[in-house]
Ligand binder design. Structure first.
Ligand SMILES: Cc1cc2nc3c(=O)[nH]c(=O)nc-3n(C[C@H](O)[C@H](O)[C@H](O)COP(=O)(O)OP(=O)(O)OC[C@H]3O[C@@H](n4cnc5c(N)ncnc54)[C@H](O)[C@@H]3O)c2cc1C
Length: 339
């Protein structure tokens, strides 16, 4: 008889993030599949009451909150203490939470204090004969494992972008406030800064991944590179579409080679074997050859198109649904005009 505790940190405006709603969707599904299980909700943040109301109809039997201004920010000591208190209060055997950077830091320590075990980056689960198994990938999404654990409590951090977000009616519900004995706070959070300067280019929630390859900086038909023009086209396209910007390794490495580069790219944009594996509905690759170490990072891109001058590039070898054999400079200029 599993006691499922869904955990979420509440945004400053009292909402729950998309990742939090996705993990709630998964927790609700899990509680329905595991017969005899119960579901409770544990919220962290000063606006917890408001957040509880927004998910009042999710089917949870009880709602708990650790609230107070010190729980609004991401800080290990306060978050770990809150999660530990919620775990003890509910005697949870399964703790389900979104794998956000905030929970990625705090849930492992809290689980240790509860003498539990934790698995992160979970992308699926199965329930057979009331036995529960999780799925996750290893070795850069090359091998998928199905595994289970006997130890309880078992904390599960779910990968964002995989599960369907919970959607239901708001309502009213009573929320039980949980008191937490905090240690002396040695960390003060002054504010947040984005990791990159300039336009924000990585947008995990975007429908479209727009990939730029090294071709954008190569000599073109007139024998000259046109890097400034490429940059303007790309920025214009991103502003109009709000797509997320990915890149090949060759292009982001050029910063270190001292070449003229596209300024908005850094190594965190790199997609592929040694880069990231983003999740988006659609992908458009431009001036990129579509080699395996790059396209392996496209595993979770559902609809794929590419623009390349070379009709024999990697995208033509079954890696894209549509390949436009064309000059990406011309295509993007036209697309921007149409947009
Ligand atoms: C162990 C290992 C790990 C790696 N990990 C990664 C990784 O994580 N990510 C990654 O990206 N790579 C990775 N690589 C490198 C990868 O193999 C390729 O070298 C790299 O992806 C090539 O980048 P590219 O396609 O941008 O450049 P290129 O191969 O130089 O291709 C440029 C393309 O642009 C096209 N082009 C030029 N001008 C135009 C134009 N006007 N219009 C349209 N098309 C044009 C050309 O036809 C060409 O196909 C890895 C390699 C190894 C060995």
């Amino acid at each position: 008889m599993e006691k499922i505790l869904y955990l979420a940190h509440v945004e400053s405006d009292g909402t729950l993030s998309k990742a939090a709603l996705e993990s709630l969707g998964a927790a609700v599904e899990l509680s329905k599949k595991l017969s005899g299980s119960s579901l409770s909700v544990g919220l962290i943040g000063s606006q917890a009451e408001k957040a509880a109301g927004s998910i009042a109809s999710c089917g949870a039997t009880s709602f708990f909150a650790v609230s107070g201004p010190e729980f609004d920010c991401s800080r290990y000591s306060t978050d770990a203490a809150a999660i530990e208190a919620l775990g003890r209060q509910t005697q949870a055997t399964l703790m389900v939470a979104a794998g956000t950077s905030r929970f990625g830091r705090a849930v492992p320590g809290a689980t240790f204090r509860l003498n539990g075990r934790i698995d992160s980056r979970i992308t699926g689960f199965t329930v057979e004969n009331n036995s529960f198994q999780i799925q996750r990938w290893f070795y850069r999404q090359r091998m998928m494992s199905t595994q289970t654990r006997a130890q309880r409590p078992w904390a599960l951090l779910l990968d964002p972008g995989v599960f369907s977000p919970w959607a239901g009616q708001p309502g009213t519900t009573s929320v039980q406030s949980i008191a937490v004995n905090l240690p002396e706070l040695r960390t003060r959070v002054l504010g947040t800064e984005t990791a990159t300067t300039g336009p924000q280019t990585i947008r995990p929630d975007a429908k479209l991944l727009f990939v730029t390859g090294a071709g954008w900086t190569k000599k073109q038909s007139d024998g000259q590179p046109h890097v400034k023009e490429a940059e303007d086209l790309i920025i214009n396209f991103l502003e109009k579409t709000r797509a997320s910007l990915g890149s090949t390794k060759s292009l982001v490495d050029q910063t270190g080679d001292g070449q003229q580069v596209i300024s908005l790219l850094s190594h965190i944009n790199q997609v592929g074997q040694t880069g990231s594996t983003p999740r988006h509905q659609k992908g458009l690759s431009t001036c990129c050859h579509g080699e395996e170490p790059h396209t392996v990072g496209w595993r979770f891109i559902n609809e794929r198109r590419a623009i390349n001058l070379d009709a024999n590039c990697g995208w033509a070898q079954g890696k894209a649904d549509v390949l436009y054999v064309a000059d990406a400079f011309q295509v993007l200029k036209k697309v921007n005009e149409l947009l």
